[in-house]
Design a protein around this ligand. Sequence first.
Ligand code: G6P
Length: 369
Amino acid sequence: EQIEKGGYDHFMLKEIYEQPKAINDTYRGRLLRDEAIIKMAGIEDNMKKFLNANRIIIVACGTSWHAGLVAEYIFEDLARIPVEVEYASEFRYRNPVITENDILIAISQSGETADTLAAIKLAKSKGAFVFGVCNVVGSSIARESDAGAYTHAGPEIGVASTKAFTTQITVLSLIALRLARAKGTISSSDYRHHLLELEMIPGKVEEALKSDALIKSISQVYKDSPNFLYLGRGYNFPVALEGALKLKEISYIHAEGYPAAEMKHGPIALIDENMPIVVIATKKGHYEKVVSNIQEIKSRKGKIIGIVTEGDVQVKELADHVIEVPETLEPLTPLLTTIPLQLLSYHIAVMLNKNVDQPRNLAKSVTVE
Ligand code: G6P
């Protein structure tokens, strides 16, 4: 097992560090930047269906559901296709309205999650076209889908999902960009710019990983906090949810992810000098609005850990700690802002002597409902 961990203390840490390669493996052979082409057989073969779809319904569970939420922003923003994101377990029992003009995208690392599989079967029985985004080749969901795209992340052993998440977002970004190009909802220059930026993500993830020692020192300060709040907006709202989930899963600390602007409708009541609040405040999007959320937290004495764009000045003045990530296009920021949150949860769990790779009560693959 030590050999399999490749010199890392845990599979989770190894998998966090594998992300530059995993993301590269995911778009390799699909993103042909010189020709400005995205080539994915599952999309090309079914292009008509995608172009005529009324809407896309994304079903998933856990971390894969968070990737689905990121995809909702990307698909609507770039390809102008209406998207709904559903917990597979709710969708399958809700008597949902599904038509032949709907496309169901099922996202699953293992490809074996029982609820997601059942949601696929339901959608198929109503005539919807099902597209699977799985990591495990030949898995049940991959086989049950009408078409699909693999994430090519390689085996993920740690129960807490890391590289599966970022590679899911990578595949879904490729799909959204391909459809946006086909629909003409993105200009040729913006499209090329996205392809270029996507190719720069692995290098930028490497950069983000360099904050590891800093994140470890921040973890030391807050490891005994009983509660954490994670805030983000727009593309980074799902990242806040995922950051909170990672911490819960492996450290057993209660954590909540929230859209930053919703803070005033509840979570603000929890804020005092004992509450660490991780705020994703990258330059793009709603930066100024998030900065004013940070001011509200500060006036209530909450401890602020800001995830910011390299070179940030404003948040640095307000926050107790800042962790920088490189700048990129807004739809791609989740691929970078997720990295420090993975490391934060990892270090806290290790410091608390928790079983990082196999947390209590959790399973890597949930094959029962
Ligand atoms: C379990 C795992 C999670 C995962 C979820 C969905 O809860 O512990 O890490 O996100 O199942 O799994 P899937 O394989 O469908 O992505």
